[in-house]
Design a protein around this ligand. Structure first.
Ligand code: NCD
Length: 308
């Protein structure tokens, strides 16, 4: 059996067995919840800190719910009101918080690599979980996307998945590719304007497209991404109407995909920019299912790193 994780900073290089164990556990938790179990006590007495240096709706709330549903106590560290806004160094903040006896830190930061820095500086016994660092990794999103696809299409070896949009700035896309490739998905196509695709040597095994009609043809799942303007220079900003006509997912384009194609998006969605409202709300949309799965995946990860 692959060793138990102490931290989760990226899905890159995680063994397939570990990823499958986390997905299986998330599924078991979802089944238990469907049968009425709302709260477990496996993490009773443990304390989890949400340390978010960037805005978040889904991720932060679902980590909090996940921790509480496992019986842990949760502290939300509000950066706007904290001493980091008075110039305190990240590691001083870390050690101050650690002195209050934490068991896990869930961190989101605009700087890629911050979670690994925290792993290096954290006191032994404190687990670090990455909730998104720069454009590098968002491992729990990668897991919940894989879980959502697996629920409908467990035959990964037959699947074609398209990721479309601002892949260059997307930590979600990176973790999705790591998860899907490790789990044996037949083909992951990357689609977007050249300026928003990753460097050609990153994900060399994934076919690249600048024509969305060609990319989506026959696809079994399509993951749409937001234009992450906060990570772009103003000169890179595409014209939104022109962008939608070339890279937006509307009903006409969706018809080019397989009939049962799953429509996914990590959120927040921008209607009329990367996805038409009627597609986001349509019968093939799995967007809210992704949100629901997020809680179970985060429960599985917390249980993995914290259970005694
Ligand atoms: C994503 C993120 O923050 O990386 N959102 C999320 O976690 N659900 C994607 C995004 O912000 O576009």
């Amino acid at each position: 059996m692959s060793p138990r994780l102490r931290h989760l900073t990226t899905l890159e290089h995680l063994p397939r067995e570990t990823i499958e164990r986390l997905l299986d556990r998330a599924e078991a938790l979802r089944d238990a919840c469907a049968h009425g179990t709302r709260k477990l006590d496996v993490l009773a007495g443990r304390t989890v800190l949400n340390l978010f240096f960037e805005p978040s709706t889904r991720t932060r709330t679902s980590f909090e719910l996940a921790a509480r549903r496992l019986g842990a106590d949760v502290v939300n560290f509000d950066i706007g009101f904290s001493s980091t806004s008075k110039g305190e160094e990240l590691f001083d903040t870390l050690h101050t918080l650690e002195a209050m006896h934490l068991d896990a830190i869930i961190v989101r930061h605009k700087q890629s690599g911050t979670p690994d820095e925290l792993v290096r500086h954290a006191m032994s016994g404190v687990s670090v979980i990455n909730a998104g660092d720069g454009n590098r990794a968002h491992p729990t999103q990668g897991l919940l996307d894989a879980l959502t696809i697996r629920q409908h299409r467990p035959d990964f070896e037959n699947l074609t998945v398209v990721i479309c949009g601002d892949i260059r700035h997307s930590r979600v896309a990176r973790s999705d590719v790591h998860a899907l490739a490790t789990l044996g998905v037949k083909e992951v196509r990357l689609c977007g304007p050249e300026a928003l695709l990753p460097a050609t040597d990153e994900f060399a095994a994934c076919p690249r497209y600048d024509d969305f009609d060609a990319a989506i043809r026959g696809a079994d799942a399509v993951i749409m991404l937001r234009l992450q303007k906060e990570r772009m220079a103003s000169t890179e900003l595409p014209d939104e109407a022109a962008y939608f006509s070339r890279y937006g997912l509307d009903q006409r384009r969706l018809k080019l995909a397989a009939k049962t194609c799953l429509v996914m998006h990590p959120g927040p969605i921008n209607r009329g920019i990367e996805i038409a409202g009627e597609v986001a709300d349509g019968a093939q949309s799995r967007i809210l299912e992704q949100v629901g799965n997020g809680v179970f995946v985060r429960m599985a990860v917390l249980n993995e790193v914290l259970a005694r």
